[in-house]
Design a protein around this ligand. Structure first.
Ligand code: NDP
Length: 419
């Protein structure tokens, strides 16, 4: 019996909201608050009559702390689920602290304006100190630890699939399968086909910023950074088949490296087809992935934001995407003095997701764990003061919920390892 405010009404939020409405026992009241209120109203109209969850909608600019505070104080939720963009993480955390409500998100903070000198000075210092150059990192949100602790509030960071479920898989492997984990390879495979020459499966701006950045992995206590897409492997994925995959920097590596210091190497791989990579390289070469503003016809435009306006809306890919995703983690280590390796993964079918919630599997595999993370906090399974990632709690209730709410997983012993 609880009340949740969900901020954002895009691809991921739409799935999380459908799932909250299937789970009215926990989410008996939700508010959908976003920049474009007509999208919230349309989703409310679609869901009303199919659920006993009471839905309210509102317009909010999540960059504006005062506006957020006024809305939270008016609606009085127990928690806010941030499914807007990583740019809004800090303003929403500030508003939650001011109003005394818990905070949940799916992606770590990233600055929208990477040319801002104040942000850039901190970023450049961090690049030197830590050794990776991604625009997103946990330091901004981990800095809220004392504030959330003092306020007696929980901030649960990164409860999507990756990050999110992948870190729960790590906690589960550690709890049930290993005395010591030595290596973790996170493999994200999308075998789906949407029929467009080029489109991204979630917010194009965030997605292209992530995949065009240098790759990195964590080994023997240090970050190793490599040029973008310069480490390639092939893997035969259950349910999908043979795919090329490339090593990327990814946020859960940072949290797992901090929270499981005994692990010697952590890597993240994502599959891409050659056509996607060729398009991306071309867009990068002509300057369309730039995140700084340029002047055009007397107006300031950010090239990557202009590109977003040209590309298909990820939320529109649902009906036309066929195939499956396979996302999971391969762990190696020691159990009872013997070497052991396991692979925990989920296979998700794009068309099955569309039938259920009118979304493709990328939004589905993020939106379901977002609902589950909110449920963990609201039900009290994962409620303690401070700022946490999903590997820092008991994984068992979350793993049960994945099976129950549409993302069943398997554990395979002795999988093929990645070279
Ligand atoms: P979308 O672009 O589809 O949706 C974002 C929503 O946020 C839109 O409804 C948008 O409003 C709203 N929004 C943006 N800015 C503001 C603002 N200032 N105030 C209020 N609302 C705002 O993105 P996705 O649904 O694809 O992604 C949502 C989040 O999920 C992102 O943070 C992304 O990084 C994360 N993600 C995490 C994954 C994981 O596995 N952990 C995987 C995929 C995504 P409008 O409708 O007006 O544009």
């Amino acid at each position: 019996m609880s009340r949740l405010m969900i901020i954002g009404c895009g691809g991921v939020a739409s799935v999380a909201i459908h799932k909250c409405c299937q789970n009215s026992e926990v989410f008996d009241e939700i508010m959908i608050a976003s920049r474009t209120v007509s999208k919230c109203d349309a989703l409310k109209a679609e869901l009303e009559g199919t659920t006993s969850t009471k839905i309210t909608t509102a317009k909010v600019d999540a960059d504006n702390v005062d506006e957020l505070v006024a809305l939270i104080n008016e609606y009085k939720p127990e928690a806010v689920l941030n499914l807007a963009l990583p740019y809004q993480d800090l303003t929403i955390m500030d508003a939650c602290l001011k109003c005394g409500v818990h905070y949940i998100d799916t992606a770590n903070y990233e600055a929208e304006d990477t040319e801002n000198p104040a942000w850039r000075a901190i970023y450049e210092k961090r690049c030197k100190e830590l050794g990776f150059t991604a625009y997103f990192d946990y330091s901004w949100q981990w800095a809220y630890e004392e504030k959330f602790k003092e306020a007696g509030l929980t901030a649960l960071l990164g409860t999507g699939f990756d990050p999110g479920v992948t870190s729960v898989f790590a906690a589960y492997a550690k709890k049930h399968y290993f005395d010591e984990i030595h290596t973790i390879d996170i493999l994200d495979c999308n075998g789906g086909d949407h029929g467009y020459p080029f489109a991204t499966n979630f917010n194009p701006e965030i997605n292209l910023r992530e995949v065009s950045a240098p790759g990195s992995y964590f080994e023997n206590g240090k970050w190793v950074e490599i040029p973008a897409m310069s480490i390639k492997r092939e893997y035969d994925f259950d349910g999908v088949g043979m795919k090329d995959m490339y090593l990327l920097h990814h946020e859960e590596i940072e949290a797992l490296a901090r929270n499981m210091p005994e692990v010697k190497r952590i890597r993240f791989f994502m599959t891409f087809g050659q056509s996607y990579l060729t398009h991306m390289k071309c867009l990068e070469n002509v300057g369309l992935l730039r995140t700084d503003a340029i002047e055009f016809n007397g107006q300031q435009i950010v090239p990557i934001q202009f590109l977003k306006a040209l590309l298909p809306d990820p939320a529109s890919l649902g009906p036309r995407t066929v195939g499956k995703t396979n996302i999971g983690c391969i762990f190696t280590g020691i159990k009872d003095g013997k070497e052991r390796s396991i692979y925990i993964y989920n296979i998700c079918d794009h068309q099955e997701c569309y039938k259920e919630v009118k979304s493709q599997a990328i939004s589905y595999t993020t939106g379901v764990p977002a609902m589950i993370g909110a449920m963990m906090v609201l039900r009290g399974d994962w409620k303690k003061p401070g700022v946490f990632t999903t590997d820092e709690f008991d994984p068992d209730p979350y793993m049960d919920a994945l099976n129950k709410w549409g993302l069943p997983w398997v554990v395979e012993e002795n999988p093929t390892l990645v070279e």
